[in-house]
Design a protein around this ligand. Structure first.
Ligand SMILES: Nc1ncnc2c1ncn2[C@@H]1O[C@H](COP(=O)(O)OP(=O)(O)OP(=O)(O)O)[C@@H](O)[C@H]1O
Ligand SMILES: [Mg+2]
Length: 490
């Protein structure tokens, strides 16, 4: 089996090849200004090697998802998964050697960094038995390994930079070969760039980037002008996987198309008269609609049933072997104490329910409660209640709120109760990031979709005023939060 792929043509029209086996050992760095053809080059490389090697693509723009149809890559839409799910996915990807595209386009930059960090670290930490070779392609690598601190939090930057450094510096032994592309070398962390032995340099305008590019190519500074004049799709290439001295390459055609092509001019719509435009723009919006009428109250019996499913533990659940049964009130008090402790502990946000449940068991034992009597589902519900500061026996109005909440899918109870707490007290609507915490995700995109869904289901009515402040009504209860900016930092 030959592991060479044709990447394009040289200056005499001869084919230029990439040795994929060599590439796995020596990694690749691509640089070029916007529009120089980096993503096109990566696509050519991916298409050519799809049948030879497993591929993992970190795709900040969601451009590469079009490879899926023709080459069978699995698309992972990062916005749809929690952190724990991303870890699980990455681990399975290693085990089953599937080619995947991690599409990050629905996330904001900080969430993109966190997600890429989690995903890359999980690939990196896979068990030794699963260290199969894979190309790990990262487009726009300066986003994930920035040379200097930017607007994102230090924590996100450190996580993402650490994962990229591991990939480029220590990935080879684990089978992971980094292929990274960046618009600007000066924006990419030096240690990340330094670990690649193969380079493809495309058109570059800024002196500082040109200087670094010619250094990497081992060329004279005075030859730097060549790089400024490169046409789109043309690169200077060097490295053990391609050529021992710098050679010009014109990248060949690709079989699939980028989802986002270059912008083309489209004729403007023929203009209606000024009045019609005014009418269109200033037509009343949906907010004017009256809120849905409150539905009939659920009967006492159903509420009781639902409440029981929230599982205040009763003596029945105590195993026969347990130490002399503790009075139910005492046990509930301990459970409430433990839950309050967990809610106050920042370490306990964003963790998977199963991990938190284990932690809960340990904490209960430390409070001399060997068996809480809660199973995982009941625990999640009680934790959601604790996060909304619902301890002890709920009053009649909270019973109604809980009845609505317990009818929802498990993971929605937390956000629902958080909103309900604010609405009951008429305090400010929780921000998206506060909702994200109880929902167990870093992705604000996911939270927004959740809110949209809950609104569709008639559970919430959202109202955003002109200042961008959001208030949330729970029509079934007639409770409304005060308005607050959704993005407010907690
Ligand atoms: N070798 C080539 N042959 C034909 N078309 C090309 C070639 N290289 C690039 N193009 C086209 O040029 C446009 C820009 O290329 P591409 O998206 O790869 O640039 P880029 O360097 O990734 O830019 P950015 O940094 O903005 O993402 C695309 O429409 C692409 O199809
Ligand atoms: Mg690109």
């Amino acid at each position: 089996m030959t592991a060479r792929i044709d990447i394009g043509t040289g200056d005499r029209g001869e084919s230029i090849f990439f040795d994929i086996e060599e590439l796995l050992a020596t990694r690749l760095l691509v640089q070029g200004n916007s529009g120089s053809g980096k993503s096109h080059l990566l696509r050519r490389l991916l298409e050519g090697s799809a049948g030879l090697v497993q591929q993992v693509i970190i795709d900040p723009e969601g451009d590469f998802v079009t490879l899926a149809d023709k080459f069978g890559h699995v698309v992972v839409n990062a916005g749809e998964h929690s952190e724990n799910e991303v870890v699980r996915l990455a681990t399975r990807i290693r085990e089953h050697r599937v080619s995947v595209i991690l599409a990050l386009d629905e996330l904001e930059i900080e969430a993109q960094m966190r997600c890429a960090a989690t995903f890359l670290s999980a690939l990196f930490d896979a068990p030794r038995d699963h260290w199969y070779p894979a190309l790990v392609v990262v487009d726009e690598a300066q986003l994930f390994a920035p040379a200097v601190a930017g607007e994102v939090s230090d924590e996100a930057r450190r996580a993402s930079l650490g994962a990229m450094t591991n990939l480029m510096c220590r990935g080879r032994k684990r089978g992971l070969a980094g292929v990274i592309a960046t618009q600007r070398l000066a924006k990419l962390a030096k240690n990340v760039a330094a670990e690649a032995s193969n380079f493809m340099m495309g058109r570059t305008f800024l002196d500082i980037d040109m200087a670094r590019a010619v250094d990497l190519l081992g060329m004279e500074r005075k030859q730097a002008e060549v790089i400024r004049d490169l046409p789109r799709g043309h690169f200077l290439a060097l490295g053990p996987a391609i050529s021992r001295r710098p050679i010009p390459v014109k990248i060949g055609d690709v079989q699939t198309q980028a989802r986002s092509g270059s912008p083309k001019l489209v004729p403007l719509p023929s203009a209606p008269d000024t009045q019609a435009i005014q009418g269109m723009l200033f037509a009343p919006g949906d907010e004017a609609l009256p809120p849905a009428p409150p539905p009939p109250r659920s009967s006492q019996a159903t509420t009781e049933d639902l409440l029981r499913s929230i599982s205040r533990p009763g003596p029945v659940l105590t195993p026969a072997t347990a130490t002399p049964a503790m009075p139910t009130e005492d046990r509930n008090r301990i459970i409430d104490d433990v839950l309050a402790e967990m809610v106050a502990d920042p370490e306990a946000t964003y963790r998977a329910a199963a991990v938190l449940f284990q932690d809960f068991g340990v904490r209960c034992r430390m409070h001399q409660l060997p068996d809480s009597g809660l199973d995982l589902i009941a625990f999640r519900r009680r934790l959601a209640m604790a996060r909304a500061r619902l301890f002890g026996e709920p009053d009649e109005e909270w019973r109604q709120a809980l009845a609505i909440g317990t009818a929802l899918p498990d993971d929605m109870l937390g956000p629902f109760l958080l909103v309900a707490r604010a609405a009951r007290e008429n305090s400010e609507a929780p921000s998206d990031s506060a909702l994200a915490q109880v929902y167990g995700t870093h992705s604000l995109g996911r939270v927004r979709r959740l809110m949209a869904y809950m609104e569709e289901q008639g559970i919430f009515v959202l109202r955003v005023d002109l200042g961008g402040k959001r208030s949330i009504t729970i029509p079934k209860l007639g409770w409304t939060t005060a308005a607050a900016v959704p993005e407010a930092a907690e």
